[in-house]
Design a protein around this ligand. Structure first.
Ligand code: ZN
Length: 450
C-alpha cells in the first residue's frame, strides 16, 4: 500500500507539467548560446495603478523549470526595466525566431537544468486610461490574428503551450472611485491588494481582465443552472451609454440560450463562471468569458469549449477551434465534397497566430469531415467533439493529437484528410482576408471599449 501511494505521488508530480513539456517548442541557437523554452510553474503579477502619477507598473515574479540548460525564453512586448534571475541582475535580448515568424525575448545568462526564479518589471502602457474621475480603465484583451497579442502584450508571459498557476495582485493608488474588476478568476483581498487567483490550467490566452471605475458600465449578475447541477455565476455588461436595462435583459436571455445549446451539444460548461462584455464590436474568447457583440456571442461562448476548453498548443493548431466555431455558426452544414486546400496546419514552426482560412475553408473542411464520416456510418463529427470535451479539455494540444484522437475514435485513419486539406498537400486556396467575427482591432480601436 505504501509503495502504491508513493508511486501515485511520483506520477502525480510528473503529470503536473508533462503536458507542458510535450508541447514545449524546441530550443534554437542565438549569439552567445542556445535559447530555450522553459516551463513556467507559477507567476505572481503585482500590478499597481497609480492615479496620482497616471502610471501603471507590473512586477512579475516567475518560478520556472528549465528542462534543458540555456538562455531562458519569455516574452513581453514592453521592454523590461529590470530583470533579476536567481537573485542576479540580468538583461534580455529581443530576437526573432529562426524563420523570423515571431519575436520573443531571452535572458542573456544561461541557466542549468532545474528550478529557477525570475523577477521582471515592465511599465503597463497599453489599453490604460486614467479617467478624470481619478479612476482607471484597463484591460488585457488579446487576439490571435497578429503576433504577440496574448498576455505578453501587457505582462511578461510564456508562449501559449504553457499552463501556469497565475495570480494577479492589484493595487489602486489615489483612485477616488470604487474600481470594478471583471475577470475569470477568484477575487479576495490581502491588505491593500486585491488578489485574483486563476486556475492552474490557464495559459497566456486564458485570462479575461477588465477594470473600470464604478458607474462607467451597466451590469447584471445572475446564475445559470448547469446540467451537472452547478449554479454558475454569470455577469453581462455594457459600457454606459445609449443602452438600457432592456438590453441587459436581452443579453442575459441570449447568453442563457447559447449556454443551453452548448451544454446540450457538448456537455456541462467547463468553467466556473461566465462573463459577457457586449462591447458592440470585435469579439474574443477567454475561459468562460468574452468581449463580443450580439452577433458573435454564440461563436465566442462556443470557444469556451473549443479554444479555451480544448486548447491549441501553438499557432498551427489555432485553426481547429475557429473552423469548428465557424462550422457551428453556419448551422453545421454537412458535405461529402471539398475542393481546394490550405496550409492552416503548416506554417513556420514557431508561428503563434491563427490562419484566417479557418473561418471559411476550415469550416467547410469540418463540414466535409462530418459528411464523409456520416456517409461511412460513423455518425458525423459532433460525437467526436463531445468526446474531446470530455477527455481532452483544459490542456493544450497539437493538431496532430487532434486527428490521431479522431482516428482512434472512429477507427478510421484521418491523417490523409488533414494532410491533404490543412498541410497544403493539394491545390491551395489562397486564404482570403474574410470578414469574420474576430475583427482585427488596433489598440486605438480597442481603447474605445475600455
Ligand atoms: Zn473564433
Amino acid at each position: 500500500m505504501k509503495y502504491f501511494i508513493l508511486a501515485g505521488l511520483l506520477s502525480g508530480a510528473v503529470f503536473a507539467n508533462s503536458n507542458d513539456l510535450i508541447h514545449r517548442p524546441k530550443s534554437f541557437p542565438v549569439t552567445g548560446g542556445q535559447a530555450v523554452f522553459v516551463d513556467f510553474s507559477e507567476a505572481v503579477y503585482k500590478i499597481t495603478y497609480d492615479a496620482t502619477t497616471k502610471k501603471a507598473l507590473v512586477r512579475a515574479e516567475i518560478s520556472f523549470d528549465a528542462p534543458e540548460a540555456g538562455l531562458p525564453i519569455f516574452d513581453t512586448v514592453q521592454t523590461p526595466t529590470s530583470i533579476i534571475l536567481d537573485g542576479v541582475k540580468v538583461d534580455a535580448v529581443e530576437a526573432k525566431t529562426p524563420s523570423r515568424e515571431t519575436t520573443l525575448r531571452y535572458v542573456n545568462r544561461s541557466v542549468s537544468v532545474g528550478s529557477h526564479s525570475m523577477i521582471i518589471e515592465v511599465p503597463l502602457n497599453e489599453l490604460l486610461d486614467f479617467t478624470s474621475e481619478q479612476g482607471v480603465k484597463s484591460a488585457f484583451w488579446t487576439s490571435d490574428l497578429s503576433e504577440r497579442e496574448f498576455m505578453e502584450r501587457y505582462l511578461p508571459a510564456n508562449f501559449e503551450f504553457d499552463q501556469v498557476k497565475m495570480t494577479y495582485m492589484i493595487k489602486f493608488v489615489g483612485t477616488k472611485t470604487k474600481q470594478l474588476i471583471f475577470t475569470n478568476g477568484t477575487q479576495t483581498t490581502e491588505g491593500d491588494w486585491i488578489k485574483i487567483s486563476y486556475p492552474s490550467h490557464y495559459t497566456a490566452s486564458s485570462i479575461f481582465f477588465h477594470t473600470v471605475p464604478e458607474g462607467t458600465v451597466e451590469y447584471k449578475r445572475f446564475t445559470l443552472r448547469s446540467i451537472d447541477g452547478r449554479e454558475i455565476p454569470a455577469v453581462v455588461y455594457y459600457q454606459n451609454g445609449p443602452f438600457s436595462t432592456t438590453n441587459l435583459d436581452r443579453l442575459q436571455q441570449k447568453t442563457t440560450d447559447v449556454f443551453t445549446e452548448l451544454e446540450r451539444d457538448y456537455g456541462a460548461f467547463l468553467h466556473p463562471q461566465i462573463i459577457v462584455y457586449n462591447a458592440g464590436s470585435g469579439g474574443m474568447e477567454y475561459c468562460g468569458a468574452t468581449m463580443t457583440d450580439n452577433g458573435a456571442l454564440g461563436h465566442e461562448l462556443f470557444h469556451s469549449y473549443f479554444a479555451r476548453g480544448v486548447m491549441p498548443a501553438n499557432g498551427n493548431s489555432g485553426w481547429m477551434d475557429e473552423a469548428l466555431a465557424s462550422w457551428r455558426d453556419g448551422g453545421y452544414r454537412s458535405t461529402t465534397t471539398l475542393s481546394g486546400s490550405s496550409r492552416m496546419s503548416a506554417h513556420e514552426y514557431y508561428t503563434r497566430t491563427t490562419d484566417t482560412a479557418a473561418y471559411s475553408f476550415g469550416a467547410r473542411f469540418m463540414g466535409y469531415l462530418d459528411g464523409t464520416l456520416a456517409a461511412r456510418g460513423k455518425g458525423g463529427l459532433k460525437p467526436f467533439m463531445r468526446h474531446m470535451v470530455e477527455n481532452k479539455s483544459l490542456k493544450p494540444i497539437f493538431v496532430e493529437e487532434f486527428y490521431k484522437e479522431m482516428s482512434a475514435f472512429y477507427g478510421v485513419d484521418m491523417e490523409p484528410d488533414f494532410k491533404k486539406y490543412t498541410y497544403g498537400q493539394g491545390i491551395v486556396t489562397p486564404a482570403k482576408a474574410d470578414e469574420h467575427v474576430h475583427k482585427k482591432m488596433s489598440l486605438q480601436e480597442l481603447r474605445k471599449h475600455l
